[in-house]
Design a protein around this ligand. Structure first.
Ligand SMILES: Nc1ncnc2c1ncn2[C@@H]1O[C@H](COP(=O)(O)OP(=O)(O)OP(=O)(O)O)[C@@H](O)[C@H]1O
Ligand code: SF4
Ligand SMILES: [Mg+2]
Length: 329
C-alpha cells in the first residue's frame, strides 16, 4: 500500500489553562490520513479544533501526544528539521489580506519563501511559473502590483503562488475561501483541484461548510469537539450521512427539496475545556434525546465512551455513534 502523504496518529493537543478556565483539549484523539494526490476536507463548527489540527500538520503546533507523519516519517521538531519540512507542506490561510505584507509587491511576496530557503537560482522563473500555476496570467502583469491593487481572489492566488514557489507536495488550506466573495470561491476551489490534477499535490482543506466538500474533496472528515465523528468518501458522507452531527450540518444547507427542514442543534456550543462524558455530542444529539426507557438505558450515550476512529482511507465510512451499526474503529 502507498505511504500516505500526511498522517496523524492518535493526535492530542491540549492548550494550557488560562483565565480561570481549565486546559482546552482542542484536538482530543484524531487519526487521519491524506493519501498522495488526495484532497481531504476537514469540516466542523467554530472551535472544534480544525485550525489546531491544521497547524499541527504543518509543524506549527507540537502535539501533546500522538504523531504527525510526513511520507511515513514522524516529524522531527528541531528548528532545522522543521524549516526543511515546511517546504514540503505549505499552509494557506483564510485571509489573504492578512497573509500578504501591504508594502511588498507580488514578486517579493512569491519570492519570500524561496529566498528564506536559499533557493534563489532561477528565482524569476520560479516566481513566473508559480504565478502562472496559481492562475495569474500573464505573470508580468502582476509582479509589480501591491496587495491593495488586487481583488481578494487575486490576493489569495498570490498566497497560493507563494506556497507553490517552494514546490510542496502537500497544501494545508485553512478556510481558504471563507473571506472571499461567493463569486470567486468556486474559482479558488477549482484552482486547488487543478493543482491536485496537474501537479499531483495532496491537500487538506479546512472549512465549516460541509457543502464545500462536495466541490473539492475525495474524502471528508467531520470533526466535533476535538474528535472526528464521521469520515468517508464524499459520496457516502454527503449522500448517506450516518452520524447525527453530520446530518444536522447537512440539514442546514439550503437545497431545492420542498420539505427542507433544518435540524437546529440544541444545547451549548461545544467547549473543549469541558468535554462531556460518554459520547461528547450527547448533550446536543436529537437521536439520544428521542430515546426513552430501556432503549435509552441500552444506548448509554451519556456514559459509554466511543473509540477513536481509525482513519482508514479504504473504509467507505467510519462513524463514531453507538446507534450506527458498522465500523466504529
Ligand atoms: N493558543 C490557544 N490557547 C488556548 N486555547 C486555544 C488556543 N488556540 C485555540 N484555542 C481553543 O482551542 C479550541 C479549538 O480552536 P481552533 O482554532 O483549532 O478551532 P477551529 O475549529 O479552527 O475554529 P474556527 O472555525 O472558529 O476557526 C477553541 O476552543 C479555542 O478557543
Ligand atoms: S452515540 Fe448517542 S449521543 Fe452520540 S451521536 Fe450517537 S446517538 Fe447521538
Ligand atoms: Mg479555525
Amino acid at each position: 500500500m502507498n505511504v500516505p502523504a500526511l498522517e496523524v496518529r492518535d493526535l492530542k493537543i491540549t492548550y494550557p489553562a488560562r483565565r480561570g478556565r481549565g486546559p482546552a483539549r482542542a484536538v482530543d484523539g484524531v487519526n487521519l490520513r491524506v493519501e498522495q494526490g488526495e484532497i481531504v476536507a476537514l469540516i466542523g463548527e467554530s472551535g472544534c479544533g480544525k485550525s489546531t489540527l491544521a497547524r499541527a500538520l504543518v509543524g506549527l503546533v507540537k502535539p501533546t501526544s500522538g504523531q504527525v507523519l510526513y511520507q511515513g516519517t514522524p516529524l522531527n521538531y528541531s528548528a532545522k528539521a522543521l524549516k526543511k519540512y515546511r517546504r514540503h507542506t505549505q499552509l494557506v490561510l483564510q485571509d489573504p489580506g492578512g497573509a500578504l505584507n501591504p508594502r511588498q509587491n507580488v514578486f517579493d511576496a512569491v519570492a519570500e519563501g524561496p529566498r528564506l530557503h536559499g533557493l534563489t537560482d532561477r528565482l524569476n522563473e520560479t516566481v513566473r511559473t508559480s504565478l502562472t500555476r496559481a492562475g495569474l496570467r500573464p505573470p508580468e502583469e502582476f509582479t509589480a502590483r501591491f496587495p491593495h491593487e488586487m481583488s481578494g481572489g487575486q490576493q489569495q492566488r498570490v498566497v497560493i503562488a507563494g506556497a507553490l514557489a517552494l514546490d510542496p507536495s502537500v497544501i494545508v488550506a485553512d478556510e481558504p475561501v471563507a473571506s472571499l466573495d461567493a463569486s470567486v470561491r468556486g474559482e479558488i476551489l477549482k484552482l486547488i483541484l487543478s493543482l491536485r490534477d496537474d501537479l499531483g499535490l495532496s491537500a487538506l482543506v479546512v472549512s465549516h461548510d460541509l457543502g464545500l466538500a462536495w466541490n473539492i474533496a475525495d474524502r471528508v472528515a467531520v470533526m466535533y469537539l476535538g474528535r472526528i465523528v464521521e469520515m468517508g468518501t464524499v459520496e457516502e458522507v454527503l449522500l448517506r450521512p450516518r452520524h447525527p452531527y453530520t446530518r444536522a450540518l447537512l440539514s442546514v444547507l439550503p437545497d431545492s427539496a420542498k420539505d427542507w427542514r433544518p435540524t437546529l442543534l440544541a444545547g451549548e456550543p461545544p467547549d473543549p475545556t469541558a468535554i462531556p462524558s460518554g459520547c461528547r455530542f450527547h448533550p446536543r444529539c436529537g437521536n439520544w434525546a428521542a430515546l426513552s426507557g430501556p432503549d435509552r438505558e441500552a444506548a448509554g450515550c451519556d456514559r459509554r465512551d466511543l473509540p477513536i476512529l481509525s482513519g482508514d482511507p479504504s473504509a467507505l465510512t467510519l462513524t463514531a455513534c453507538h446507534l450506527v451499526p458498522g465500523e466504529h474503529v
